[in-house]
Design a protein around this ligand. Structure first.
Ligand code: HEM
Length: 332
């Protein structure tokens, strides 16, 4: 396989011209990145199941499981060892993605995102091992949960920016849509962090009612669990507000692709808040709680996709018509 040239364009979003044989390769690379993103979402689901079923310490050793590569898959071992197997698969996919990027991706910054993902997946494996060896310390479990979302974000970035449409239309201009998109990504990440702290300090049911909180709009902040659970509810309002901003800006931009992504984002927030409410009201039924964790990751990925999509060139119908008129006049 011929090695791609490496122009020194790490800081720009513009795609350098590709030699002819790279066109086909980049479509394959994009598809592989999308497949890795889907596998990562499944990994977050498998990891969510480990916590939801309280199977975190069902396998006491690491990196082997009961001293073997394949222990009997019974009880909590099914969830814990299953999670390790899915994680190994995602690790292998990430190595292949990084190698593929190093050989075929001409943009230095995209290659760096791929290498960052590889570093994150290795660190994630080590953190996972430390959680087991040190018997689930809260800080390590929270770091493991947040690094999972960071890793997913890096893979989603590679998947979006290697798509032929993005490569053709990337535009480094900062529009209001980009700013609200970036604020939404940051707000969702903060919300995931608070969610992880709540989950791993077992504060999920500190406020057992919804939509009221301990029978009031603002509960008495008598303990850390109540404060963190209330912060998570306020965070949901913040996320919903940011997403409303994305919808308004997307419609103002009159770009059909952005409008669709913003509406999808709005639907996901509505679903996520409903799942959060039922997580509380059902006293944390495993399926609902795990669906809430996965939808949180999906929401982050969608907000990131929206932000990256907003970096592509604005080509409304009028601009296209004006362009065509100019061309006609130039020919005449
Ligand atoms: C857009 C808004 C929301 C997002 C993005 C979000 C995201 C998350 C995430 C990712 C987690 C798990 C963190 C982890 O372990 O890694 C979590 C936990 C949790 N969330 Fe949300 N959430 C949102 C809104 C809500 C709402 C409105 C409620 C309802 C009160 C809620 C209730 C919960 C509960 C109870 C947990 C802990 C579950 C447990 O202890 O196992 N969430 N959230």
């Amino acid at each position: 396989m011929a090695r791609a040239p490496r122009p020194s364009q790490g800081g720009t979003l513009r795609t350098p011209p590709l030699p002819p044989r790279q066109g086909g390769g980049s479509v394959g690379l994009h598809r592989f990145a999308v497949a890795t993103a889907v596998a990562t979402l499944f990994l977050i689901f498998a990891g969510g199941l480990v916590t939801s079923t309280e199977s975190g310490l069902s396998v006491p050793d690491w990196p082997l499981s009961y001293g073997r590569l394949m222990p009997p898959m019974v009880g909590g071992v099914f969830y814990e060892h299953g999670h390790r197997m899915v994680a190994t698969t995602v690790g292998v996919l990430t190595i292949l993605l990084a190698v593929w990027l190093s050989r075929r991706e001409p943009r230095a910054w995209v290659r760096r995102v791929g290498y960052g993902a590889l570093a994150a997946v290795v660190a994630q494996g080590v953190l996972g091992g430390l959680t087991v060896i040190f018997l689930l310390p809260t800080a390590v479990s929270v770091a493991h949960a947040c690094l999972a979302q960071t890793f997913f974000s890096l893979i989603v970035t590679v998947a979006v920016v290697t798509s032929p449409a993005w490569r053709a239309a990337a535009d480094p201009n900062r529009s209001p849509v980009v700013r609200i998109g970036a604020a939404t990504v940051a707000m969702i990440f903060l919300q995931l962090l608070v969610g992880a702290v709540m989950r791993h300090t077992k504060a999920g049911l500190a406020i057992p009612d919804f939509p009221l909180a301990l029978g009031r709009i603002v509960p008495p902040m008598t303990s850390f669990p109540v404060a963190v659970a209330f912060a998570h509810r306020l965070g949901a309002l913040g996320v919903a507000g940011c997403v409303a901003g994305c919808v308004i800006q997307a419609f103002a931009s009159r770009r059909p692709g952005l409008k669709k992504t913003a509406l999808l984002l709005a639907a996901l927030v509505a679903l996520q808040i409903t799942l959060g409410a039922f997580t509380v009201l059902s006293r944390k039924v495993v399926a609902l709680t795990t669906a809430h964790v996965v939808t949180g990751a999906l929401l982050l990925g969608m907000a990131l996709t929206f932000t990256l999509a907003s970096l592509t060139e604005k080509k409304p119908a009028r601009a296209r018509k004006e362009g065509a008129n100019l061309t006609r006049r130039a020919i005449a």
